[in-house]
Design a protein around this ligand. Sequence first.
Ligand SMILES: Cc1ncc(COP(=O)(O)O)c(C=O)c1O
Length: 505
Amino acid sequence: MTIAQRQQALRSEPSETLDPQNWDDIRAQGHRMLDDMFDYAADIRERPVWSPIPDEARARFRASLPSVPTALKEVYREFTDAVVPYATGNVHPGFMGWVHGGGTAVGMLAEMLAAGLNANLGGRDHMPIEVERQIVEWMRSLFGLPEGASGIFVTGTSTANLMAVLVARTAALGSEIRQHGIGGQGALLTAYTSKAAHGCITKAMDIAGFGSDALRNIVVDHNHRIDVAALRRQIAADREAGLKPFLVVGSAGTVDIGAIDDLAALAKLCREEKLWFHVDGAYGALGILAPSLAPRLAGIEEADSIALDFHKWGQVPYDAGFLLVRDGRQHRDAFAAPAAYLRRETRGLAAGSSWPCDFGPDLSRGFRALKTWFTLKTYGTEKLGAVIARTCALASYLEARILAEPRLELMAPVQLNIVCFRYRAAESCKVNRDLVADIHESGIAAPSTTVLDGRLAIRAAIVNHRTDVCDVDALIAAVLEFGAQRAGPGSGVLDVEPSPPLAMS
Ligand SMILES: Cc1ncc(COP(=O)(O)O)c(C=O)c1O
């Protein structure tokens, strides 16, 4: 076939583009979808927080891979019928489980715009990367890190913590380990965090090749903050045994109860001991936006790296994790990997050095920065700080309600926005586990559970900007109602005194 014949043949075939044949139709459909999602957020209180997925709805998602088209309208109907009613529920103000942000209409719109641009932020010279760089700069100055600090968006803090361990590893062993593996020297490295730290730190040590045994989980004080003296003793003992301490991970908001380690003391210790100081600030780090909380994060400005999530207290829609590293060169040394097909030029689209792919494992990367940029610009840090402070005030109100209610027991001091408590009952663990599932299924609220000193606790983490006094009251009412149902009449130890406040230094 000649070139002319090929050209003719291709021209005579129908185009295979995925663009709509009629843009007006998709425009109308798109506007409906947008309106529906605004209504979803605006009317969220009319819905249950969460609903169990009926077998029939689940079965719809066991269908075989479609080989022929379905009208967008039909696909959308499936979404509204079978996905929307059974979503996680964290848009709802009654959602208080785990640590989930509520998202915003602004973040949703920005996510739509990002998808429209379909930018790949792995590298190259385009404005979306400048948006990400803008946020890196904002975070650098917010947390008081020096010029030359670097940052990058990732899925979440689990990944950001893993990357911090990798940066600390390369800093400790030199970039040769990227070729040779951690070897004998690496096998001697030990890291330190508290017993209250998030499990992803252990996982990071495992994935980084050290093994989770190389992580020392140091005891905590009565407020769940790392015992710095015990940490110092453990470091000395490990050095004595010929091991090489290299990393301390402090927590700015522990997952169980929201404790903030003494970051200034950890920073000092790390300086003296020449250790990498990483802060897991998954949700707590953004507490720096609330003037009442910021002083409790003192010392974070001395961190070598900070991990945080904008999708938690920052209310940016999932996902928007972030890693900030004090020394951008060390950050780059851990991840940059030259390749002919990623050559940097002095002009054209491939211009610019240091692309985001030099600061993490991902080459293809979405435009997470846009929804974060829209959120920060549209609301401003003062408003976001006020939202954060209010979640803490609501947690304090929940604490007060628990302390005033003899049938309930506060299980840990309330330090930020997380409240752990239980319904008093003979078989307390079982009763509380069951009543939390009852509450989920009722659609009234969605707390989660944790175990504190071997005792199961109901855990309410107030993260969502929509949560209000009525939602806290509804949670209490539901715990009392389902607790009584589960534990039987006369339960709730009605004759005991209300719990005294737990110690807080
Ligand atoms: C203290 C802490 N660290 C790490 C994580 C993990 O963050 P992500 O779920 O974004 O990976 C969480 C999650 O709640 C957390 O609370």
